[in-house]
Design a protein around this ligand. Structure first.
Ligand code: COA
Length: 215
């Protein structure tokens, strides 16, 4: 059985396709539930609140990481997904209820949180809804709400600029995984723990966290 956030209190972040609220704009309150604008779509990012949303989270991940990119054979689900502390976020497009994207956040036993498996479904890429920045911001807010001070992610190098655009900074050098270069990064508010940068700059065999990061 895969852990689900269903039933957990789910602070949500809402954006709209008319006001372009994400991408450098101040973060909304984690409890923001602003109503949609007439005739416009809005996006709500939250921890999957039902089995259907959790299945959609896994489905958009599988489409990209297993089927399109071939980073994983068969399934990209791993032990971090079965950890009850892991948060599985979805971006839900209203009023249709479509799941436009996903990201997960998991915590190591030393208290360091990692984001990973960020994905936006094809139909919502480069959308005015700014799905990727909205998901990253929601992930940051959920992790910060736990009291965490360290949040990291291994980012595919082709997306480093995207993350820099939304306030993330590089740690160390590139590492190679499944033939794909990755870069360890953190949001501006996160600590940079001793040792992580050294691990990331080694290159060669990927660190354990990278094996689970999947972008
Ligand atoms: C990574 C991903 C989630 C980004 O989603 P997206 O919808 O393409 O991103 P957006 O179009 O909303 O881009 C957000 C901003 O980043 C910028 N951006 C996006 N990709 C960029 C790139 N490669 N280089 C520079 N800037 C980039 C956009 O211009 C946009 O800036 P703006 O707000 O000023 O317009 C999406 O491409 C995806 O799902 N990829 C496949 C899964 C994957 O490989 N994930 C690994 C992530 S490390």
């Amino acid at each position: 059985m895969v852990a689900t956030g269903a039933g957990r209190r789910t602070p949500a972040v809402t954006t709209h396709d008319r006001d372009q609220a994400v991408g450098g704009a101040p973060a909304a309150s984690p409890d923001s539930t602003a109503p949609g604008q007439p005739g416009g779509r809005s996006l709500v990012c939250r921890i999957a609140a039902s089995v259907e949303e959790l299945n959609a989270h896994y489905s958009v991940r599988e489409t990209s990481f297993v089927r399109h990119q071939g980073l994983f054979a068969g399934s990209d689900v791993d032990d971090f997904d079965r950890d009850p502390r892991t948060m599985h976020l979805v971006a839900v497009c209203e009023p249709t209820g479509e799941v436009a994207g996903a990201v997960r956040c998991y915590v190591r036993d030393d208290g360091v949180w990692f984001g990973g498996r960020l994905v936006v479904s094809q139909a919502f890429r480069a959308s005015k809804l700014k799905v990727a920045p909205a998901l990253v911001r929601a992930a940051e807010e959920h992790v910060r709400a736990t009291g965490a001070t360290t949040f990291l992610a291994y980012i595919q190098c082709r997306y480093v600029k995207l993350f820099e655009h939304i306030g993330w900074v590089r740690i160390g050098g590139e590492v190679e995984y499944a033939g794909t270069p990755h870069q360890l990064m953190r949001p501006g508010w996160s600590d940079e723990p001793d040792g992580v940068a050294e691990t990331a700059s080694l290159g060669g065999s990927p660190p354990a966290d990278l094996r689970a990061a999947g972008g």
